[in-house]
Design a protein around this ligand. Structure first.
Ligand code: IPE
Ligand code: MG
Length: 253
């Protein structure tokens, strides 16, 4: 037993040390998909998949923090997810209530700072309260930033940014010539953060689903068939290792 534990520990530190010897993505964004299928394959209701998925978040968050990732973003609930049956939406939006109890102490212990991207104003009041609690309680933390994209859609984000900018122009506070990429970035929910270097999508689909469309312009994409509730630290390290082997040219040669 002891030897096994020692072996596990050595493997684990070896992986982390090996990854740390090469550039670590500053920002990793994750589209966590496949919860529903994971549950259905086990003859369970879809909600069981969301619960299992919520449990996976801890291991991956801690692995990212351990690697020294600066920003980790999870696509938790999209503006399009409202199209799901009411019961399922309700059950997903109740998850933060429990997670504030189980996860907040760990986030505090690990100096993780939570930020919400998306419009939380039209979420159920108790969901909004739980999310606000994550943000407020961790606001003094200085370690990894954890973005939760909740009721988030990239087109909605760009639309609100453009509308605010247009309003400034209309009021004569901004000139058209001042509308630059740098300015637009300031009106996005990710203002002040580096763009994602790496995007991970679980669940086998090859699409972006209205996620961070502006910010992903030069991100490296990594897709896996693995369903989110099965996604482990080892999968996560594989994605990072794959990223480290890529050559990023940003349109150059
Ligand atoms: C992702 O899993 C979780 C959310 C979108 C909240 P899904 O619920 O989309 O799982 P599949 O794609 O149906 O398997
Ligand atoms: Mg899905």
């Amino acid at each position: 037993m002891w030897t096994l534990m020692k072996q596990y520990w050595q493997n684990r530190s070896y992986n982390i040390a090996r990854l740390k010897a090469r550039p670590i993505p500053l920002h990793i964004a994750v589209i966590l998909d496949g919860n529903g299928r994971w549950a259905l394959r086990r003859g369970l209701p879809r909600f069981a998949g969301h619960m299992a998925g919520a449990k996976r978040v801890r291991e991956i968050t801690m692995a990212a923090a351990e690697l020294g990732v600066q920003v980790l973003t999870y696509f938790v609930f999209s503006t399009e997810n409202w199209r799901r049956p009411h019961q399922e939406v309700r059950s997903i939006l109740r998850l933060p209530l429990e997670m504030v109890i189980t996860e907040l102490p760990l986030l505090l212990k690990n100096n993780v700072k939570v930020n919400i991207i998306g419009n939380i104003n039209n979420l159920p009041v108790e969901t909004k309260e739980a999310l606000t609690k994550f943000v407020e309680k961790t606001s003094g933390n200085t370690g990894m930033q954890l973005n939760l994209a909740v009721n988030y859609g990239a087109r909605g984000e760009l639309t609100q940014a453009l509308s605010k900018i247009a309003e400034q122009v209309e009021r004569g506070l901004l000139r058209v010539a001042e509308v630059t990429e740098e300015l637009i970035k300031k009106y996005l929910w990710t203002a002040g953060m580096p763009d994602p270097d790496l995007v991970i999508r679980t669940g086998g689909d090859f699409r972006l689903s209205n996620f961070l469309l502006w910010q992903l312009a030069y991100s490296e994409l990594w897709f896996t068939k693995c369903l989110w509730p099965d996604f482990s630290k080892q999968h996560f390290f594989n994605a990072v290792s794959d990223f480290q082997g890529r050559s990023r040219r940003y349109g150059g040669v």
